[in-house]
Design a protein around this ligand. Structure first.
Ligand code: HEM
Length: 182
């Protein structure tokens, strides 16, 4: 997992709960990186899960809630860091449909070793879409938050229902997205 996912997470923890909490979480997890992450290097996904799991016990929020909150935060940070990737999109559904074929494809060019999920989108009507997340990593909650952040970014009201499944080692989550007609 790319360092940017860790640095943005620790920044969010700093801003939301204070640097004292960040320091104590890092102290407890004691990651091999020492808590110093470089955006371009890769670190085990388990390390992120350990950080979130320790924060869960500290702040009394569940891991799914923390990952979703982080997903919303991360989407906002992507908008600031990579504005050019957002220029051609004017609504959430077209952006989400372009995720694998355009956005994550660009990510892969920047970071050839990026560990990215797969998203299969099926538009059922202008304001209803099925989106299936498949990943070796258990980060459907992060995806959920990113999708919420995407809806907020475009000023849309998105109702999101999700069904989680496991196919061998693959985490598969089906998102049903219903948007208030624009
Ligand atoms: C709503 C839109 C998006 C969704 C739902 C989404 C979903 C995800 C998820 C769930 C992961 C974690 C890896 C996994 O689960 O296998 C991920 C990783 C990542 N995504 Fe996205 N993403 C979105 C938009 C973006 C955008 C706009 C960027 C901009 C550059 C981006 C860059 C990345 C990067 C750098 C990683 C880390 C790859 C790694 O750790 O190796 N994503 N994405």
């Amino acid at each position: 997992m790319k360092g940017i996912v860790f640095t943005e997470f620790l920044d969010m923890v700093d801003d939301t709960f204070g640097s004292f909490v960040t320091d104590s979480v890092l102290n407890d997890v004691d990651p091999p990186s020492g808590g110093v992450y470089s955006a371009v290097d890769s670190y085990p996904c388990e390390e992120l899960i350990a950080l979130v799991g320790t924060l869960e016990r500290r702040v009394g929020m569940t891991m799914p809630a923390l990952l979703r909150t982080y997903g919303r935060h991360l989407f906002g940070r992507f908008v600031v860091r990579y504005p050019e990737l957002f220029e051609s999109y004017h609504d959430s559904f077209s952006m989400l449909e372009g995720l694998d074929g355009a956005i994550h494809k660009e990510v892969r060019k920047l970071y050839p070793d990026a560990e990215l999920p797969r998203f299969d989108c099926r538009r059922e009507s202008p304001d209803r879409m099925i989106m299936v997340y498949s990943s070796l990593r258990p980060l459907a909650d992060l995806a959920h938050g990113l999708i919420e952040g995407c809806g907020q970014h475009f000023g849309e009201v998105l109702a999101i229902d999700r069904f989680d499944d496991q196919e061998d080692e693959l985490n598969v989550s089906t998102f049903l997205l219903r948007r208030q007609p624009m």
